[in-house]
Design a protein around this ligand. Structure first.
Ligand code: FBP
Ligand code: MG
Ligand code: MG
Length: 344
């Protein structure tokens, strides 16, 4: 069995200008993932359950594990010196790492340190999401906001850690999607899923139907389509919603399916964050043969303007994402971000 570290080194030939910086950067994410995984596994026994009583920049109540994971990933990225700055869901502003070595680093990282926070206290699968870019500001100078506001199609790597029945780290560097499972007895990630491929068509739809009445007509019609009986197209589909993006995405990655978090009246841009939730998942989905849109446009082509901006999200099996797009065009064309601009 090949370890994550060995696999990354073995694939370095794919990057002729490689200096080992990226390998060490991924190594720091791997290390922090192990530390966070250990805390999650004993969550009921240590004081890591429950809320901190503080609110984060999203206006959401921060969970103790959100803060713990945020601190551990930040510390690991800062310590190795391969990153000149980070943005995380739990920090209002981006953080500059400014030691001599760090300011000479080429990379910035954006993270959702703990994804699926509403599932922490109930022992349901949660995750961590990361996205990596080459900086655009000059090497040697402090990182700038522009380094983080790059479109998703500029990512050099993305991945997630899923803390479930087993703990896996899944990533892409633009050469396919590869999954590594952690052997808890050794704390070592071994290659278990090389070149993951999302089936083009699945029979699982994943959405919080509790918001049904608030959804755009295109989404409502698509949900009805999923629930209709039609032997030929294996409908009705199955509804599965864990409420942790990482877990719902990972399941659909393996079994096929479509995950949707649309916009609605009280959340005109949806809930999920473009930079450290949707862009990394979109890069992984496309690298595995799937697709990711905001219901209309390719997520990876959206030009970000704010660190914590949100976007509607439709992601998973290619043919299912296309079908959702057709329903949105037909029944919610006025919801297209460009719609009002194009109305003369
Ligand atoms: O409870 P809702 O509204 O369905 O939202 C669930 C979604 O929100 C999230 O929990 C948001 O992520 P965080 O937990 O990192 O804030 C996603 O993981 C999940 O898919
Ligand atoms: Mg999240
Ligand atoms: Mg989070």
């Amino acid at each position: 069995m090949i370890t994550l570290g060995e696999y990354i080194v073995a694939k370095q030939y794919q990057f002729p200008e490689a200096s080992g910086e990226f390998t060490r950067l991924l190594g720091s994410i791997r290390l922090a993932a192990k530390v966070v995984n250990r805390e999650i596994n004993k969550a009921g026994l240590v004081d890591i359950i429950g809320a901190t009583g503080e609110e984060n920049v999203q206006g959401e109540e921060q969970q103790k594990l959100d803060v713990y994971a945020n601190e551990k990933f930040k510390a690991a990225l800062e310590a190795r010196g391969e990153v000149c700055g980070v943005t995380t869901e739990e920090e209002e502003n981006f953080i500059i790492f400014n030691s001599k070595k760090q300011s000479h680093s080429k990379y910035v990282v954006l993270m959702d340190p703990l994804d699926g926070s509403s599932n922490i206290d109930v022992n349901v699968t949660i995750g961590t999401i990361f996205s990596i870019y080459r900086r655009i500001s000059p090497v040697g100078s402090p990182a700038t906001k522009e380094d983080f506001l790059q479109p998703g199609n500029k990512q050099v790597a993305a991945g997630y850690v899923v803390y479930g029945s087993s703990t896996m780290l899944v990533y892409t560097t633009g050469y396919g999607v590869h999954g590594f499972t952690c052997d808890p007895s050794l704390g070592v990630f071994y290659l278990s899923h090389e070149n993951m491929q999302i089936p083009a068509q699945g029979n699982i739809y994943s959405i919080n139907e509790g918001n049904y009445v608030k959804f755009p007509d295109g989404i409502k019609k698509y949900i009805k389509y999923c629930q209709e009986r039609d032997e030929q197209t294996h409908r009705p589909y199955t509804s599965r919603y864990i409420g942790s993006l990482v877990a719902d995405f990972h399941r659909n990655m393996i079994k096929g399916g479509v995950y949707m978090y649309p916009s609605f009246a009280s959340a005109p841009k949806g809930k999920l964050r473009l930079l450290y939730e949707c862009n990394p998942m979109a890069f992984l989905a496309e690298q595995a043969g799937g697709k990711a849109t905001d219901g209309y446009r390719r997520i990876l082509d959206i030009i970000p303007s704010e660190l914590h901006e949100r976007t509607p999200f439709v992601c998973g099996s290619r043919d299912m994402v296309d079908m959702v797009g057709d329903f949105m065009q037909e029944y919610s064309a006025d919801g297209h971000p460009e719609y009002h601009k194009n109305i003369k």
